[in-house]
Design a protein around this ligand. Structure first.
Ligand SMILES: *Cc1c(COP(=O)(O)O)cnc(C)c1O
Length: 438
């Protein structure tokens, strides 16, 4: 077995599917970390989303109020804070479960990547003369005719498929989504109704992605959105950091040495939480502490980050875990090697949680804040309690944070849920209640 920077005791906990908080030995503060040339890619992605805003507004009337920008509110949650945060400071919820169009965090990265491809085609074919041209043209007949000659394909546990499928179809692309066995039926149906070709695989997410990739390679008019190695997704996700910075400023919330910010991010293959971690570290440096969160049965980014730099992330299956979880958005067996490299020294740590804990948080979000999320999205709410554990206290001491917790801000990133059908949500809630009672 290759070397893993996980203590023998924590390896045992991981194999036993017991929740744990792993601290990243390779985490560096910014004085030690080299400046990143890729920061400009973050700003480039943000500029692209801005110039495409008039186009998105035309394609999706629901973006009218935000003038074509895809954004979610940052909500305060005092009642939930009392229940879930033993550390002190305030709790905020980043409401990406309510992101328009895709109803999940996948809207950020997925829509950005589709726009990258559409823009590239339009510039190459002379439909746009430059990036200063009028992007509303891309909603016209000529553009639809052009895009209709191409297929967009993607492998997904569900939400990325929704994001790519809906945006691609709105622009006139043919779209094909390879779904893993975990994908929920309603997500498949929603896509089929929009004319998306849904290919079902009786295997896990990695297999669905590989099948999509293979198909696409055989067809020069097929563009594959590769969730395991896509800078376009990553930097699309990363733009959330710029918007969060603005929202914090607007709410008068300070982030500095005396006012640390803790962010808890649900992680599947690693792209969405990785991109956001990258963005936040560029903006807030040592003052932000980013923790990823995974189901106990699928700690794939933990394994990826704990591996040797440059090595392939180990699959969870090698540790006797089966990736069986109700958190379908996080049901990934092997992390993205590319993302693990990109955030290896930026991420503070990773914690894991049982499905039962997710349901408890799902219930608290509903009963205390009237917020409805899917199980994956509830995992961020466990962050403050995990940081209060023994290894969490060790982190707080190491980084001289103990005396500053009263002025700290904690953000649980809610990553999906607003498109979940009411009936489906009632089932989650019933499951949650039975978890609380037993
Ligand atoms: C996809 C997803 C995530 C995690 O994103 P990755 O890029 O796979 O790490 C988290 N929550 C929800 C609801 C998701 O759909």
């Amino acid at each position: 077995m290759p070397h893993l920077a996980i203590s023998p005791q924590q390896q045992e906990q991981m194999k036993a599917a017991t929740p744990l908080l792993w601290l990243n030995d390779r985490y560096q503060n910014s004085e030690a970390a080299p400046a990143r040339p890729s920061t400009k890619l973050l700003y480039r992605a943000s500029a692209r989303l801005e110039r495409c805003a008039p186009l998105l507004q035309q394609l999706f009337p629901e973006l009218e109020p935000s003038q074509g920008l895809i954004e979610s509110p940052l909500l305060s949650a005092a009642a939930l804070n009392q229940q879930i945060n033993p550390l002190g400071g305030q709790l905020l919820l980043k409401a990406d479960h309510a992101l328009p169009i895709a109803g999940s965090i996948k809207a950020r990265g997925g829509i950005h990547e589709v726009l990258c491809f559409a823009e590239k085609l339009a510039l190459e074919q002379g439909l746009l003369s430059s990036i200063e041209d009028d992007y509303a043209k891309l909603a016209g007949d000529e553009a639809r005719e052009l895009f209709g000659r191409y297929t967009l394909a993607v492998g997904s546990t569900g939400n990325l498929g929704l994001s790519i499928g809906v945006t691609g179809a709105a622009l006139g692309f043919r779209t094909q989504v390879h779904m893993s066995a975990d994908a929920k039926e309603w997500k498949k149906e929603r896509l089929r109704r929009r004319g998306v070709d849904v290919v079902e695989h009786q295997a896990d997410y990695g297999v669905a992605v590989a099948a999509g990739r293979r198909n696409a390679q055989a067809d020069p008019h097929c563009y594959f959105v590769d969730d395991e190695r896509s800078p376009e997704l990553f930097f699309g996700y990363a733009t959330a950091a710029l918007r969060l910075q603005q929202q914090l400023q607007q709410q008068g919330i300070i982030v500095d040495a005396d006012h640390p910010l803790f962010v808890y991010l649900p992680s599947g293959v690693g792209g969405a939480p990785g991109g956001i971690t990258f963005g936040l570290k560029q903006l807030f440096g040592d003052h932000v502490h980013c923790f990823l969160a995974e189901p106990v049965q699928a700690p794939c980014t933990l394994l990826g980050l704990a591996g040797e730099p440059g090595s392939e992330p180990l699959p969870c299956y090698d540790f006797g875990l089966n990736v069986d979880t109700d958190a379908d958005g996080l049901a990934v067996g092997t992390a993205s090697a590319w993302v693990c490299e990109a955030i290896r020294d930026l991420c503070s740590g990773v914690y894991t949680a049982t499905d039962r804990q997710l349901y408890q948080q799902l219930y608290q979000l509903k009963s205390l804040e009237n917020i409805e999320v899917e199980p994956s999205a509830a995992i961020g709410c466990l962050g403050p309690a995990m940081l209060n554990s023994e290894s969490g206290q060790q982190y707080l001491q190491q980084h001289q944070l103990c005396g500053r917790l009263d002025q700290s801000t904690h953000i649980a990133w809610l990553t999906g849920g607003s498109l979940v059908p009411a009936q489906e949500y009632q089932r989650y809630l019933a499951q949650a209640k039975s978890c609380l009672e037993s």
